[in-house]
Design a protein around this ligand. Structure first.
Ligand code: MCN
Ligand code: CUN
Length: 791
């Protein structure tokens, strides 16, 4: 028995507990090129699959001739929609209760749509096979804009759906229309803004892919795949294929970035599985970059028109807006809320707005399915962008400094929990404090003086603020589910006899560092050094059932489950300690890593000694072992807050703008690993910066996707990415066992508006209210030259 006293209590940071900026354990393999990604998987007898994609956006398929492809030596299978239809798999259900073509049969509905696939001995032969397929298309007019799609005479894209006579995918509204109308009648000032949040793409370094292996003898199916949610995939396969779950194993190995791109179910996965079943051999499909950029996981693409009702002192009386969203050809959003438009009504949640009304429509277009993915909890990014752009415009209209305007409207600390006009309950925050910290850090007053001075010499400086709270952590099971499965998450902890442990969760890291941070939670709860805890995720045969990683839900939900399972282990360890110390449980106290006798603190046992006793010296009647699991159903979403402030200088001659400084104040509650949190914020700001000024995927009138390569769709590099100055406020989450809130998406969500607001501020004397993203130099130049908005 250890003879330590409580004065020698373990130093939490030293053992890698909460608050330790522990180095990421996964990096040891990643930076040495030793990660194991789907493309690293090689199975005996494995074949390779390639997909033939439609070159046109909208056309009837007159014929598909595969005979030439079959003749190529090494080609093993040519799969068409007709053949998939024989297995009832030409179409698949989507997670948004729509249908999506796996392989086109009747029509193609977007450029890049999957038309056929070829399986061969190697990927090159498979590609040759695709090129040998002859498809006869009868072109149809294409629609690439949701508003045009909803016009009377637009060609109907989803004529496969019974009763679908137009391109309306859904319409939706929320809020109190009458009260909002009254607020607008009483307003001293009404401030309006219209804008488009352009289509964007998550562009992870690793594309999507799968290795499907169907064993014809046992009829078991194993699929290695790039998925952020392996258990959901298993449930979907079980339902579609009518197989019991124990015959399906989904393994998500290392993932080279997800960013939402790896949440949806893509036709490529389904085809790889079907081909493996048909051939009885493992089939590998690895998407190429253009395939990834042209067909998967689009985000945003949303038009807003909205207005704020304001009192002359700057108080907001009401808000209303309408949004038109482009869903692409199939409504395949992978999102767990019961709202077709996701959580767009989290807009204005950080402001004390008495009333509001939102209407929205989603439209089918001849574009790849898209919607919610890309570092965003289901259209929250668009919502916060519109909110903060409208706030900036309204500050000008009401004649207030934008910081002061926000300060007058931010929800106060004593108002929590705060019910928003659209029904959310925000949990906690210190919004004013974050704003003040940000203003101080950037030297707000000084900058305003500098700006005025510079203007005298013809220079254009600008400052942009973005403040927001967003709902992270889907969900709570009352309101969020996928395929009827509720949005809880899970953790399983096995403490071995030596006191080392293995922890598994239902989440799936794609670069966020779960292998590092979950071990820190165990260290915090049990005093077992983080280095002694191995973390594993992503294998449905071993991990407890969970709903995966997106919506920054891992810390809010799976992370909470890690804390809860650790506490269950501690409760059992306490009984073991009482037995070892020969006192009753009530006489025992806990300090990090050790139980001791209250009246004699020097008498104690370590958690490791308790672990040994669980296997070798348990009291009579106690079940051996020290293992448990926890399923955590969060009572609410978590509501982190952020204040981002950007300063820029715009060159009036060229429209080029340079970022001078970026200040970020994030409050995500208790930080488990501060270094990882900072990495998440920097990554998000980098993406925000890129979206604001360099990324867009556009479509010409025929529906050709312009920008499906990295020459056109630019990824930010260290060269152009500005430096970030990070600051922190900590308001513990009142309903999370560790006080933590999600953070993974905050900067990507709140960041873009800060950059755009800064440019618009630099143009404030021109009367221009909006330049749509990406805010390219030619658009800025045009705005300065014409004094008109640029969309
Ligand atoms: N963390 C912490 N303290 C907190 C909150 C989080 O230490 N209070 C840590 C977590 O333990 C975790 C990381 O920060 O290691 C992110 O946690 P969380 O906010 O819970 O988000 P998730 O783990 O659920 O990650 C999802 C989120 C999303 S939705 C996208 S999209 C995104 C993002 O994470 N994709 C990423 N960040 C990414 N980062 C990388 N490198 N790669 C991606 O694909
Ligand atoms: Cu929406 S992108 Mo992240 O939630 O996987």
């Amino acid at each position: 028995m250890s003879e330590a006293t409580n004065s020698t209590q373990l130093d939490e940071v030293r053992i890698g507990g909460i608050g330790a900026s522990r180095k990421r354990v996964e990096d040891a393999r990643f930076i040495r090129g030793r990660g194991s990604y789907v493309d690293d998987i090689t199975l005996p007898g494995m074949l390779h699959m390639e997909i033939l994609r439609s070159p046109v956006a909208h056309a009837r398929i007159k014929s598909i001739d595969t005979s030439k492809a079959w003749e190529i030596p090494g080609v093993r299978l040519v799969l068409t929609g007709e053949m998939a239809a024989q297995r009832n798999l030409a179409w698949m259900p989507t997670l948004s209760y729509d249908t999506q073509a796996v392989l086109a049969t009747d029509k193609v509905r977007f450029q890049g749509q999957e038309v056929a696939c070829v399986v061969a001995d190697d990927p090159y032969i498979a590609k040759d096979g695709c090129e040998a397929i002859v498809v006869e298309y009868e072109p149809l007019p294409a629609v690439v804009n949701p508003r045009q799609a909803m016009a009377e005479d637009a060609p109907v894209i989803r004529d496969d759906k019974e009763g679908q006579t137009d391109n309306l995918c859904y319409s939706w509204e929320v809020g109190d229309k009458e009260a909002t109308d009254r607020a607008f009648e009483q307003a001293d000032v009404i401030s309006r803004l219209s804008l488009h949040y352009p289509r964007s793409h998550p562009s992870p370094i690793e594309n999507c892919g799968a290795v499907a292996s169907f064993d014809q003898a046992t009829e078991n199916l194993t699929v290695y795949m790039t998925t952020q949610a392996p258990h959901i995939i298993r449930a979907a396969v079980a339902l579609v294929a009518e197989l019991p779950e124990h015959m399906i194993r989904i393994i998500s190995p290392d993932i080279g970035g997800g960013f939402g791109n790896k949440v949806p179910v893509y036709p490529g996965y389904v085809c790889a599985i079907l081909c493996s079943i048909l051939l009885g051999k493992p089939v590998k499909w690895i998407e190429d970059k253009s395939g990834n950029l042209i067909s998967t996981g689009f985000a945003r693409d949303m038009y807003f028109d909205g207005e704020l009702a304001l009192r002359s002192d700057g108080r907001i009386l009401g808000v209303r807006f309408h949004a038109d969203t482009d869903q692409g050809a199939f409504f395949s959003d992978a999102q767990p809320s019961k709202f077709k438009i996701g959580l767009v009504h989290s807009a204005f949640a950080c402001y004390d707005v008495p009333t509001g009304h939102i209407t929205a429509r989603g439209a089918y277009t001849n574009k790849a399915p898209g919607g919610v993915a890309y570092r965003c909890s289901f259209r929250v990014t668009e919502a916060m962008f519109f909110q903060e752009r409208l706030m900036a415009a309204a500050a000008v209209d009401v004649g207030l400094d934008p910081a002061e305007f926000r300060r007058r409207n931010l929800v106060r600390d004593d108002q929590f929990p705060y019910r928003t006009p659209f029904g959310f309950l925000t949990d906690s925050g210190q919004y004013q404090k974050c704003l003040d910290l940000g203003l101080e850090a950037i030297g707000y007053d000084q900058f305003l003086e500098d700006k005025e001075e510079a203007a005298k010499r013809g220079r254009r400086l600008g400052i942009g603020i973005s403040t927001m709270t967003e709902p992270l952590g889907a969900g709570n099971s009352r309101e969020y589910d996928i395929l009827g499965i509720k949005m809880f998450d899970s953790a399983e902890l096995r403490v071995h006899p030596t006191g080392k442990a293995i922890l598994r969760t239902g989440a799936k890291t794609q670069g966020q560092g779960h292998e590092t941070t979950w071990a820190q939670i165990v260290a915090h709860e049990l005093g077992i050094p983080a280095a002694d805890v191995l973390v594993e995720e992503g294998d449905t045969d071993t991990a407890p059932f969970g709903m995966g990683t997106y919506a920054s839900r891992s810390t809010p939900v799976a992370g909470a489950a890690v804390a809860m399972v650790s506490r269950k282990i501690r409760a059992k360890a306490r009984k073991l300690a009482a037995h070892l110390l020969e006192v009753s449980e009530e006489d025992i106290e806990w300090e990090l890593g050790r139980f001791y006798v209250r009246s004699a603190p020097a008498r104690g046992v370590s958690i490791q000694e308790c672990a040994a006793a669980a296997y070798g010296n348990m009291p009579d009647g106690m079940e051996p072992g020290l293992e448990n699991n926890a399923y955590y159903d969060p009572p609410n979403l978590t509501w982190p807050f952020a204040c981002y402030i950007v300063t820029v200088e715009v060159d009036p001659e060229s429209g080029v703008w340079d970022v001078l400084r970026v200040v970020a104040v994030d409050d995500c509650g208790v930080r488990i690993n501060p270094m990882i949190v900072e990495g998440q914020i920097m990554g998000g700001l980098t993406e925000a910066y890129a979206m604001s000024n360099m990324q867009f995927i556009t479509f010409d009138a025929d529906g050709n996707c312009v920008g499906s390569n990295y020459m056109d769709y630019l990824l930010p590099t260290a060269w152009e990415t500005p430096g970030f100055e990070l600051h922190e406020v900590t308001t513990p989450c009142p309903h999370h066992p560790l006080g933590a809130k999600g953070v993974g998406e905050c900067a990507a969500v709140g960041g873009p508006a800060a950059f755009v607001n800064a440019v618009m501020d630099a143009l404030s004397d021109t009367g221009v209210r909006n330049i749509d993203m990406p805010v390219l130099p030619d658009r800025v130049w045009e705005a300065i030259a014409t004094g008109q908005d640029v969309s």
